[in-house]
Design a protein around this ligand. Structure first.
Ligand SMILES: Nc1ncnc2c1ncn2[C@@H]1O[C@H](COP(=O)(O)OP(=O)(O)OP(=O)(O)O)[C@@H](O)[C@H]1O
Ligand SMILES: [Mg+2]
Length: 316
């Protein structure tokens, strides 16, 4: 039985037997490698055990909002074919911290007894309550409950947690996790891939989708993938319902977004548009950057690799 709150009788944890993630998370290579390792360690746990090793039991995902932490936790449960239990710590923090401790313990006991992935979302919710001096004692007890639970977590299950305020967390908490995985803001290339994936089902030629993803990734460079996903869906609805050409919709976005961009970024967008084949006159109309100033900086000359000290090597 899924544990419930003693007073409200509401379920304390979201229980999903068949997680269905519509698309693979777009991650940078370092994050992706860490996620693949988590999955592989689970799939090859027997091999590890034969060498006296256990798979990582716990992992903390750290990164700004909207970069795919929750999505990736779901993706892992799907790949492992396991039930996902999600405990939203922001929601479970009740005004009575004593009760919160009891609730957290009952969820973790329940999760430990089954073969599942437990996901503690909004993990920093506990740390955020620190501001209130009157609650420090209760809160310390609550953090201790959690630390104890993480320590005791069995290697048969996988515990994942996500936070976007890694700096608020007690170092004692960080140390507890077998792995800490960083989720940085996506690169322009990753955004481009994501946009192209999302446009794939559209009834326009591939060249036009490719152009659209290049243009949009440059104007949306400051947005999270979560915002970009929402914007793309909006754009798809618009082109579909109003039978608008993808190119026209994209140009409308460029015009609108340019209004809010600082001059330097606006200029970069204008240069990019020209690079992608647009006339300087059209780029000026969309971005308000004087067309005589739309000039790409000359490519930087590569410095020769230092040979004596060996300090500048593969990366130069
Ligand atoms: N890396 C990504 N790859 C693909 N889609 C993404 C990615 N990041 C975000 N999205 C899209 O944005 C939605 C919201 O992302 P998600 O909830 O995973 O972000 P989060 O990092 O958990 O944010 P928060 O810190 O606010 O909880 C996803 O369901 C997905 O549609
Ligand atoms: Mg999240």
């Amino acid at each position: 039985m899924v544990p419930v709150d003693a007073d409200s009788r509401l379920q304390l944890v979201k229980h999903e037997a068949n997680v269905d993630v519509p698309r693979t998370p777009v991650l940078n290579s370092v994050t992706e490698a860490a996620i693949e390792q988590i999955i592989k360690e689970r799939n090859f746990a027997d091999d590890l055990m034969r060498h006296d090793l256990l798979p990582s039991r716990t992992a903390l995902f750290v990164g700004p909002p909207g970069v795919g932490k929750t999505l990736t936790a779901r993706w892992i449960a799907q790949r492992l074919n396991k039930t996902l239990l999600t405990l939203d710590l922001a929601a479970v923090m009740s005004s009575y911290l004593g009760k919160t401790g009891t609730n957290i313990r009952s969820v973790l006991d329940y999760a430990k007894s089954g073969d599942c992935v437990l996901f503690l979302d909004e993990f920093d919710a506990i740390a955020k309550r620190r501001d209130d001096d009157a609650e420090i004692g209760e809160l310390k007890r609550l953090v201790n409950v959690l630390l104890q639970e993480i320590d005791d977590w069995p290697s048969s299950g996988l515990l994942l947690a996500a936070t976007n305020h890694g700096d608020l967390l007690d170092p004692a908490i960080w140390r507890r996790f077998d792995m800490v995985v960083d989720f940085p803001m996506p690169s322009t290339e990753a955004v481009e891939v994501h946009i192209r994936d999302m446009l794939a089902s559209m009834d326009t030629g591939e060249a036009s989708r490719k152009w659209a993803s290049k243009v949009l990734s440059s104007v949306w460079s400051r947005y999270s993938l979560s915002d970009i996903t929402r914007n793309i869906n909006q754009l798809r609805r618009q082109t579909l319902l109003f039978k608008q050409d993808l190119r026209d919709s994209v140009l409308e976005v460029v015009r609108k977004e340019s209004l809010d961009l600082p001059k330097k970024e606006k200029s970069a967008v204008a240069i990019n548009l020209v690079r992608l084949g647009m006339s300087k006159r059209e780029a000026e109309r969309l971005t308000d950057i004087d067309r005589r100033k739309i000039v790409a900086a000359p490519a930087k000359r590569k410095r020769p690799a230092k040979t004596t000290s060996g300090k500048r090597s593969a990366r130069s």
